[in-house]
Design a protein around this ligand. Structure first.
Ligand SMILES: CC(C)=CCC/C(C)=C/CC/C(C)=C/CC/C(C)=C/[C@@H]1[C@@H](COP(=O)(O)OP(=O)(O)O)[C@]1(C)CC/C=C(\C)CC/C=C(\C)CCC=C(C)C
Ligand SMILES: [Mn+2]
Length: 309
């Protein structure tokens, strides 16, 4: 299990910046094969910054989704937010924070997406249903769109977009596209994990969509796969694909060395949707899984897209 915050009373020597990044690398490699693969395609300063961000995001998510989640309250998240403020003020509490403090300095990160992610995790504490897609979209922005903003700040922009001294990089940053990729990933995650989430009492599919396809909450809890469910799933898949398409349009604005990692992460994640279709939309009994071989086969196509598009 990923180590969660230690008591702040326990004083000990912190790791060096190098050691701290190495710990973040190991956690990223252990927890996410997809994102780790994306990061090893980046130049070292960017890749280690993404590892530091990954670990902070993973720990934030674990607070409400991990094995000790039942102990998490609003106050726990308040404390996590206070700790975030300390990190941004340059005061790390543990080794993982050491790496993030360095990343914040190197890449002038903005604190707001980090705060927004904590707000998203707060939603998981008190909400288990979403009436409309608009409500779900806000959740997806907070827990995943924010990752797009954090990562884009590290990856940087294409040189051609900032060639003149009066150019304002902020005005050219593909913000909507970066958020769109986070939302697309999160919607994909929701479709892949729909059965597992329902067993934990959480339904992320908007209630308005269930009604539209005449499918009930009870059907979902029982895992009924019929024509209504298939049509509902196809609708959700199309929606997620629209977000992937928007995201694709922003990749060429990123610095050249970030395009391949982002294309590969996008392709690997969006293939989960193809697998759901191939599994006959039975995401209750079969976990949609993209094999290592398929992932490797996607890399040359991602490379070509990064070069040409
Ligand atoms: C390649 C690259 C730069 C990746 C970023 C890596 C990173 C920092 C990931 C953090 C992920 C994380 C732990 C978020 C916490 C909340 C959460 C769990 C969100 C879900 C992620 C995946 O979850 P999970 O671990 O369950 O998935 P697997 O078991 O590994 O399948 C999310 C689905 C959200 C992920 C969102 C992103 C990675 C955002 C992607 C957007 C960009 C990199 C912006 C690209 C820019 C443009 C212009 C398109
Ligand atoms: Mn989660």
């Amino acid at each position: 299990m990923l180590q969660l915050p230690e008591s702040s009373f326990c004083q000990r020597t912190l790791a060096s910046v190098e050691e701290a990044y190495e710990r973040c690398r190991a956690i990223t490699a252990e927890y996410s094969k997809t994102f780790y693969l994306g990061t090893i395609l980046m130049p070292p300063p960017k890749r280690r910054a993404i590892w530091a961000i990954y670990v902070w995001c993973r720990r934030t998510d674990e607070l409400v989704d991990g094995p000790a989640a039942s102990l998490t309250t609003n106050e726990t998240l308040d404390q996590w937010e206070e700790r975030l403020e300390k990190i941004f003020a340059g005061h790390p509490d543990d080794d993982f924070d050491v790496a993030l403090v360095d990343t914040i300095e190197q890449f002038s990160l903005d604190i707001q997406p980090f705060r927004d992610m904590i707000e998203g995790q707060r939603m998981d504490l008190y909400r288990s249903r979403y009436e409309t897609f608009e409500e779900l979209e806000l959740y997806c922005y907070r827990v995943a769109g924010t990752v797009g903003l954090m990562s884009t700040a590290v990856m940087g922009l294409d040189q051609r977009l900032q060639s003149a001294p009066w150019d304002d990089p902020a005005a050219k940053t593909p913000i909507d596209e970066a958020i769109a990729l986070g939302i697309a990933n999160q919607l994909t995650n929701i479709l892949r994990d729909v059965g597992e989430d329902a067993r934990r009492g959480r339904i992320y599919l908007p209630m308005e969509d269930l009604v539209r396809f005449d499918y009930t909450e009870d059907d979902l809890i029982k895992g009924v796969v019929d024509e209504r469910w298939k049509a509902l799933m196809q609708f959700q898949i199309e929606r997620a694909r629209k977000f992937y398409t928007l995201a694709e349009q922003g990749i060429s604005a990123l610095s050249e060395d970030a395009r391949l990692p982002v294309w590969s992460a996008l392709m690997l994640y969006s293939q989960i949707l193809d697998v759901i279709e191939r599994n006959g939309y039975d995401n209750f009994e079969q976990r949609a899984y993209v094999s290592g071989r398929k992932k490797m086969l996607s890399l040359p196509i991602a490379w070509l897209r990064a070069k040409v598009l």
